[in-house]
Design a protein around this ligand. Structure first.
Ligand code: ATP
Length: 546
């Protein structure tokens, strides 16, 4: 009778412990929560000093410690820690035995040490004074997932341990551990979402900047016949699906035209995507254009959507296409032909509907001849080539462009835009503009910063015969040949570019036209320097030069 009531008391005690443990284990969200439960209650409950929980790895052949006693609390006689964070084989003569046993298994370490297969961790626990070890499998559902090991420095410490009680606790641990693992996965995913959010914000910023850059044919400044004719023909090509190849020196406005073509196309609701082929390191071009899957190469920590995919149903502007490395040109050609891409490391192809506008300041025909550009890609892009003339070939656009930029920059700093004196404007018109409209744009920005008066009388043109720009009182001295060049140019412009004949420059200068011609050659004066409507110096064959 007394024994029965003792048993009952023991049962009730166990049940209340189980209840308390199950509440604490169920509430554990992180490893440290579980660690606290085990260290506060479990060790004492089973007369143990240390513990380890080892979980099976996905490969099913190895196991790894998941949680264990704090290493600093383990008094090691050898200086070695028994906890090893690395992989251990399942078939180590201990783990596999316990994993297939339903109940707990108690090992005397002395005996295990005498066996022919001693797992290194048993050896190490033995070395810190552990005498016995109890191990029980931890299941999730009915699936064995790992083991709980309890270690003691006393003999027969586990004699009175009730198998069912240990199993019940191991089952609870199974639930607690799967909660913790799920929570860790969620935390990892939240971190990943945070990183994605960051990337999306960056991309969004890029897209907003791009949106700010949208412009139409109406925004293109230029009343010259050269620009008006190009606007006319490109606005007819824009609604089609045709590939357009924009040719022209740097800064002539190729991108401005590309954006206007896109804005006049049925794809205008989507953003035009731009890729500057010259700005990309050769090893990143493929990933930038076609994207990559996570882990497809070192550093590919996230999946990346390429510019081709971003430009689906829109326009892809391939700027500086002449700079594309030869090795990559064939890949681009294949994509243009097949209209499908494959992300690096991807297993399937993705159909894309992209209209291509390409631009280059190189002479692509020459590049093809020199073997630097594939002829098949050249012909693929050469569907509708059009040359944007250099600024010196349409000097009549300079006043309007200069005023436009002054107004834009003045508005930005909430200033009244100054005007440009006739003399200063003359200096602008005379200048050669190797950097074209971009150079004019930057010069106007600089000039505005230096200007405090409502009229600009001086413009800081770079290293140029500044005769027209400088004050009449200026004492600056020009080399004679430059002075001569400027003067001849002035007369040529006065004569509308005519050299010979009664109204030609030679007659005005009282020189035979042959002499004037040879002087001009010597001074490097070209027709483009004094005639504003000169044809562009671009590949002329079948380019649509108007
Ligand atoms: N006709 C124009 N009207 C107004 N702004 C222009 C015009 N042409 C060019 N610009 C401006 O000049 C600058 C250079 O133009 P853009 O970038 O289009 O030249 P690009 O030919 O594409 O140059 P690159 O070959 O160096 O890429 C830009 O800031 C652009 O806004």
């Amino acid at each position: 009778m007394e024994m029965f009531s003792e048993q009952l008391e023991q049962k009730e005690k166990e049940q209340s412990i189980l209840l308390e443990l199950s509440t604490r284990i169920a509430a554990a969200r992180r490893r440290e929560d579980l660690w606290n439960v085990i260290t506060d209650q479990l060790l004492e409950l089973f007369n143990s000093r240390y513990y380890t929980i080892c979980m099976l790895n996905e490969d099913g052949a190895t196991h790894t410690p998941f949680l264990h006693s704090q290493e600093s609390t383990i008094s090691s006689r050898t200086g070695e820690t028994p906890i090893m964070a690395d992989l251990h084989p399942v078939e180590d003569g201990v783990f596999n035995i316990v994993l297939s046993a339903e109940g707990p298994v108690v090992f005397e370490l002395q005996k295990v040490m005498k066996g022919n297969k001693v797992p290194p961790y048993v050896y190490r626990w033995f070395n810190v004074g552990v005498v016995e070890m109890l191990a029980v499998r931890i299941c999730n559902g009915n699936q064995p997932k790992g083991l709980l090991y309890l270690f003691t420095e006393k003999k027969n410490a586990f004699v009175n341990v009730d198998d069912r009680f240990v199993r019940a606790i191991a089952d609870m641990l199974g639930i607690g551990i799967s909660n913790i693992l799920a929570n860790e996965t969620i935390e990892r995913q939240l971190l990943e979402i945070e990183r994605f959010k960051q990337r999306l914000e960056n991309e969004n910023r890029y897209l907003q900047e791009e949106q700010g850059l949208q412009n139409t044919f109406a925004d293109i400044i230029g009343g010259s016949a050269e620009i008006q004719e190009r606007i006319h023909i490109l606005s007819r090509v824009a609604p089609s699906e045709s590939t357009v190849l924009l040719l022209g020196e740097t800064g002539t406005g190729k991108e401005v035209f590309a954006r206007a073509i896109h804005a006049a196309s049925p794809r205008k609701e989507h953003l035009m995507i731009k890729v500057n082929c010259a700005a990309l390191p050769p090893n990143l071009i493929e990933s930038e254009l076609f994207g990559h899957e996570k882990g497809s190469f070192t550093g590919a920590t996230q999946r990346r959507i390429g510019k081709f995919e971003l430009a689906d149903n829109s326009t892809l502007f391939l700027d500086e296409i002449g700079e594309l490395p030869l090795e990559f040109q064939s890949k681009l050609l294949r994509v243009l032909q097949e209209k499908e891409i494959e992300r690096i490391g991807g297993k399937s192809t993705i159909k894309v509907n992209v209209r291509i506008i390409a631009a280059t300041n190189r002479n692509l025909e020459e590049e093809v001849r020199a073997g630097r550009f594939r002829s098949d890609l050249y012909y693929r892009l050469h569907v509708f080539p059009i040359a944007i003339p250099a600024l010196r070939q349409r000097k009549s656009d300079i006043p309007a462009l200069a005023a436009h930029f002054l107004q834009r920059f003045a508005a930005r700093s909430r200033k009244q835009a100054p005007t440009i004196s006739a003399k200063a404007m003359e200096s602008l018109v005379h200048y050669d503009w190797p950097g074209n409209v971009r150079e004019l744009e930057h010069l106007m920005e600089r000039t505005l910063l230096l200007t405090t008066t409502p009229v600009i009388t001086k413009i800081p043109l770079p290293g140029v015969p500044v005769s027209a720009a400088k004050d009449t009182e200026s004492t600056a001295v020009l080399p004679l040949n430059l002075m001569e060049k400027e003067y001849i140019l002035k007369v040529l412009r006065l004569c509308n570019g005519r050299i010979a004949g009664p109204n030609g420059a030679a007659a005005k200068l009282k020189l035979p036209s042959t002499t004037l011609n040879s002087r001009m050659k010597k001074l490097g004066i070209k027709k483009a320097h004094y005639i504003s409507s000169e044809e562009p110096e671009m590949p002329q064959n079948d380019t649509f030069i108007l």
